[in-house]
Design a protein around this ligand. Sequence first.
Ligand SMILES: Cc1cc2nc3c(=O)[nH]c(=O)nc-3n(C[C@H](O)[C@H](O)[C@H](O)COP(=O)(O)OP(=O)(O)OC[C@H]3O[C@@H](n4cnc5c(N)ncnc54)[C@H](O)[C@@H]3O)c2cc1C
Length: 336
Amino acid sequence: MTIKENYSLKELNTFKIDVKSKYFIEIEDETELKEVAKEYNSKGEKILILGGGSNILFTNDFDGLVIHLNTKGIDIVSKNDKEIILDFQAGESWDDVVLYAVKNGYYGIENLSLIPGTIGAAPIQNIGAYGAELKDVFHSLDGFFINDLKEKSFSLDECEFGYRDSIFKRELKDKFIITSVKLKLSKEKNFKLNYRDLADLNKLRKNITLEKVRNHVVKVRESKLPNPKVLGNAGSFFKNPEITKQQLSDLIVQNPALPYFKSPDGKIKLPAGWLIEQCGWKGKREGDVASYHRQALIIINYGNATSQSILKFTQEIKDSVISKFGIELEQEVNFY
Ligand SMILES: Cc1cc2nc3c(=O)[nH]c(=O)nc-3n(C[C@H](O)[C@H](O)[C@H](O)COP(=O)(O)OP(=O)(O)OC[C@H]3O[C@@H](n4cnc5c(N)ncnc54)[C@H](O)[C@@H]3O)c2cc1C
């Protein structure tokens, strides 16, 4: 077990924030994961599980142990003519999981191509894109509580998935380590192409394949989103706010062009990127922090941005959205 001290996390978070953790370990084995969690928890150290670091903003050095989870492996749990249940170790890259499914003819996660990070983190905020969400294919997950190492499996209902949300982002935040995730994927053609950006694929009709959907999603994402390997960012910084029917009617009077959509659970949502853009932030840069010129919802680190400068910039965005629309934006990114 090699514990490093005063370890730089700059290359381990996609925002590329230059902070250090008091202790750091790379873990590839579940037994070792439990041993180290037990030891450092009993010493009273805080523990942070780090996957791909693509949904995190470090606001300070981390005063505790960062465990970079790199456990790998895929097992078939069960299969029949219609579907297959697969169990993935938490450290598997999410996009490798999608690629594996696409190559093997398993339907259900192709719309979620190219989302950065690990499968272990995917349930934390119920990742979603292009009309699909993890919960649509989720079977269950396994893991253990940090305080007593007690193992538990969580069913779909127990995860309490919501829009970019789950029990692990709320009550169980930093308390439970997900060690593996089971997905139930379909072996029968079953595409979700209602989302505007995927409408072109509908023209292919019977010739649609998993590969075509994946390639299209990858192309759309590459044209709209900054590549974190080139420009530091953590994807959408804020969630799309949910409003009531009354709020919508009031806002439309003032802003006739207001776009809105109904989420699958029937709630009214506003695109946070549009609200931010209307306040004049799209493409705006202060020092090394900016709102991305193609999608205002994404905050960019041009190189030497500090977390303090990002926090100041995003607070200014929040303030201007409140004063123009009376809506409080909620962050999607996890702060540490
Ligand atoms: C360019 C870009 C595009 C993105 N697009 C999308 C998108 O379309 N849809 C979307 O939903 N998200 C998107 N994201 C956000 C991000 O990729 C996802 O939230 C992803 O699931 C985070 O995975 P990660 O491994 O990087 O998690 P990390 O950032 O490492 O961790 C995030 C949180 O999960 C916890 N965690 C991680 N692994 C575990 C584990 N095994 N057990 C317990 N807790 C754990 C961490 O402690 C932390 O609180 C995007 C990000 C970027 C940079």
